[in-house]
Design a protein around this ligand. Sequence first.
Ligand code: ZN
Ligand code: ZN
Length: 553
Amino acid sequence: MDSDDDFENNVKTLYLKNKLSAKDTANLVRSAHKRGAEDLDAFKTIGKKQPKNAQRDLMRKFTRGSKLPKPYFANVPIKDRKTGNKAMVILPFLLVSELLVHIMLGFGTGFRDILEDPPGSGFANMKQQWRADNNIPADDLVASLGMHGDGVSLGKQGSINVISWNITSMEGGERNMFTAIEKRDLCDCGCFGRCTLDSIMEIFRWDLMALYTGLWHTERHDGSAWLDTDKDRKTKKGKMGIRGQLQQCRGDWPWFKWLFGFKGWQSNDQICWRCRANKSSIPYWHASTKAQWMKRRLSQRDFANLIAENGFDMSPLFSIPGFDFYNICIDSLHAMDLGFTQDICGNIFWECLGIYAVGRNKKMQIGDFVMKLKEHYKRMKTPNCINTVTLDMLKKDGKAPKLRARGAETRYVVPFALEIAVAVHAEIQSEHTHNVLMCVSALMDFYMTFGVRPFPKDDAKIACLNAAHYYVLLAEEASSEDKRAWVIKPKLHIFMEMGMFQVDELGDPMTYWAYRDETFVGLVSEIGETRGGPSDAATAPLRIIERLRALSR
Ligand SMILES: [Zn+2]
Ligand SMILES: [Zn+2]
């Protein structure tokens, strides 16, 4: 059955490296099955009934077999729900080291290929440096890892912070759970939640140290002996057969603020962890190569001082060999698809009502808008469409316009925004419509650099600066007319940090895409909900981890 195994591995590799769509992979496996590859039985139904689920089904089949490793339990300080005081709770963790080995064993021989970073990317260089600095033998497998923080809604109870990780070389690869903690349970001793988060990160650091050495853990994270719940892990000794390097830490602004202790945008002082930008003397929104903030960059030492000035300790993450502040990644999903791009599209869509989208009233105009959007989708064969658009999705009362849609939906609607800007400018020909057109054209140009080899860094920088420049002109115009539109937000600065600096350090934004596995995030939200009964800070995390383990079978 060797040839079938090889075939299966090849298909996996093709699929996982994004050379085939999930649907194509499923079709390929199904036709191979018809030709007599009996061992592929497990694959034959994948994606047949619901092509939409093909990707998920495939991922499941690829990691099928044994259940995920058992959770690791550890004490973490939280806020007691009754007293509000600092208390301890036992939280469950799915250890990165154990899950990574589990995934590796599931893939078999194709795994080495999957671990290759895109050649020439900032991350490939980073891994090479890491190997050299730490004398890692060339034959040793090293996985490039990214960690994420996401706030996920949890029914009526509010939200839960999910800490997950992925193998960054695996495009579109699944998110894997580490742990989760509800927002309401974060320690509130004046630490802004840092007591809770730092002890979670301490366990993450301990686990990543095992991946640094490539050796199984020999004791618990606090140096104590194994507990009864560690039965499976105490028998594991010696080499794991893989190492891991933490290359990226991704998330949105609140997550970074929380994780690293940035004061944020409330103060007039420093507001960025990469430069000296502020809200007054060094304006963070300046979109010019002469902008002060572009010259006043922070060093690693400045960064450490900034955290100390804010009265916080350095996150345990910085004790992981090879992790420094350059590894804190601004990604296009959070900076653009769920940020700057939503502001641009929201404003364009709102302004086009009555001009491009016609009708006697707003309700009829939005109807016409949706009809034109659908025509556009059909013409462009857009893969990721917004189902419908309501007035509420473009503008909430008293607020500036902003498109409320998912990240991928927003990215794929940019060509429509451009189409509208072209049509509106052709009709009105004002300075305003000109600036709108320039802004969205530049935004589109920036997106178009993604995935181009070699990465056109200079084109990306020009597009980034232009998009920001015209946006700021529109913001100034709106504010001079006292209109709440084209509002300048911190994400504009984050976008420029990514488009002007990170593209130099890390290359193509597609290689540090915060692919937000909406299945994963949605699943967590769905299964994390607690239905009545007594609950504490560990209830939802434990439910999520146990269900994920069961589903992975
Ligand atoms: Zn605290
Ligand atoms: Zn900055």
